[in-house]
Design a protein around this ligand. Structure first.
Ligand code: IMP
Length: 191
């Protein structure tokens, strides 16, 4: 594969993909370095619809194979919220602090803290062909933040397998168990 364009402006995702794709000797470039097309509206009702929509759009804009990730946090006690709205749970797109504050407030007094991350990946080629994959990572939401790595909800997302929050895991450890790492591995198996 010549080169993959990463169809995301999220710095946390870019860091994880750059590292994971480098392990696989695949060259990648964030879309913002290639074109300044406005971001498409994420009008899908599922992670996969949004991933396909973003990858198609940027593949048409750049003429390169584009990899898009749509992902989020699904909390059982909140009927699946924030779900596909994870990035804008508290209103502004990508305001991690406000999103986390809203999440912890919503869970006050609730004992059931089980949650999972989901990631849908879509790789779309300029001729319109696509390959897709999904990954999931289970955990528990804790009240106090811990750790400096990762992004988004990671400081509050406790991973029982490691006895640590996702934000306490470095980028390589996160890749081995994360929704994104698993989805990427599945996508690679298909290529
Ligand atoms: P998207 O860019 O529309 O797919 O939104 C993704 C949002 O889901 C992010 O802004 C985070 O709030 C959340 N999210 C997705 N993956 C992760 C992760 O690996 N760690 C923490 N939060 C994540």
């Amino acid at each position: 594969m010549e080169r993959i364009v990463l169809a995301t402006g999220n710095k946390g995702k870019i860091k994880e993909f750059e590292r994971a794709l480098a392990h696989r000797h695949i060259d990648c470039v964030p879309v913002k370095e290639l074109c300044d097309a406005p971001e498409p509206d994420e009008t899908g009702t599922t992670f996969m619809e949004n991933a396909l929509l973003k990858a198609r759009y940027y593949s048409e804009q750049t003429g390169f194979p584009c990899l898009a990730d749509d992902s989020g946090l699904v909390v059982d006690a909140l009927d699946g919220a924030p779900g596909v709205y994870s990035a804008r749970y508290a209103g502004d797109h990508g305001d991690d602090t406000a999103n986390n504050d809203k999440l912890i407030a919503a869970l006050q007094g609730i004992e059931n803290r089980s949650a999972h991350y989901l990631c849908a990946l879509a790789l779309v080629y300029p001729d319109g062909q696509s390959v897709t994959a999904e990954g999931r990572c289970d955990g528990l939401i804790q009240d106090e933040p811990k750790g400096e790595h990762g992004f988004g909800y990671d400081p509050y997302f406790f991973v029982p397998q490691f006895g640590k929050t996702m934000a306490e895991l470095d980028v390589d450890a996160k890749e081995t168990i994360s929704h994104r790492g698993k989805a990427l591995e599945e996508l690679m198996q298909q290529l």
